[in-house]
Design a protein around this ligand. Structure first.
Ligand SMILES: CCC1=C(C)/C(=C/C2=NC(=C\c3[nH]c(/C=C4\NC(=O)[C@H](C)[C@H]4CC)c(C)c3CCC(=O)O)/C(CCC(=O)O)=C2C)NC1=O
Length: 184
């Protein structure tokens, strides 16, 4: 797996060039925004169980056939596997966000997942829907725009310094999009 720093080294080495001015500027920015990034990772990780259960519940609400005989979340053994997969995906997205690089997500989570799912009959469109909901939840938590209306009884505001986290929210959204495109 790579992070922002090792990625800069690999790219430079591939063209046998030294680390140049623009890479240094990018790395400088990565360091300068480091505390923001840690807050964003914390916003995702500390709301993980709420995020996963909300996404899987939402997916099932929209398609109750999933929990009826013949559905891929039936019986409870499959429901548990689905919740666990939601947690796994969210965990690897949070690692990618910490590293500033998607390789950990690609190599350790997404590699071969589409094939596993099609072999087991796990429906890709339903998985994509759950991932979309997790994306919306995480973007709201990173930008601290989650509302009591959407959070219900589990509403919790993150205690962070206010600032512009739109770039980190977009980066995180991109990792979720990567999951969806790897499965479709
Ligand atoms: C390291 C990374 C990693 C990943 C990503 C992973 C995924 C993964 N999910 C699996 C199963 C599964 N995954 C699901 C998931 C779902 N079913 C649905 O209807 C929903 C759409 C969806 C939840 C969102 C289900 C139900 C199974 C069990 C399928 C079965 O046994 O019939 C399996 C087969 C083995 C098992 O049941 O544990 C793997 C390998 N395992 C890993 O170690």
């Amino acid at each position: 797996m790579l992070d922002t720093f090792s990625r800069a080294v690999v790219s430079a080495d591939a063209s046998t060039s030294p680390i140049g001015g623009t890479q240094i500027a990018d790395l400088k920015n990565f360091i300068a925004e480091g505390n923001k990034r840690l807050d964003a990772v914390n916003a995702v990780a500390s709301n993980a169980s709420c995020c996963v259960s909300d996404a899987i519940a939402g997916m099932i609400c929209e398609n109750t056939g999933l929990i009826q005989a013949g559905g891929n979340c039936y019986p409870n053994r499959r429901m548990a596997a689905c919740l666990r997969d939601g947690e796994i995906i969210l965990r690897y997205v949070s690692y990618a966000l910490l590293a500033g690089d998607a390789s950990v997500l690609d190599d350790r989570c997404l590699n071969g997942l589409k094939e596993t799912y099609s072999a087991l009959g796990v429906p890709a469109t339903s998985t994509a829907r759950a991932v979309q909901i997790m994306k919306a939840v995480c973007v709201a938590h990173i930008t601290n725009t989650n509302t009591p209306e959407m959070g219900g009884s589990r509403y919790k505001k993150n205690e962070t310094t206010q600032g512009d986290c739109s770039a980190l929210a977009a980066e995180c959204a991109g990792y979720f999009d990567r999951v969806i495109s790897a499965l479709s």
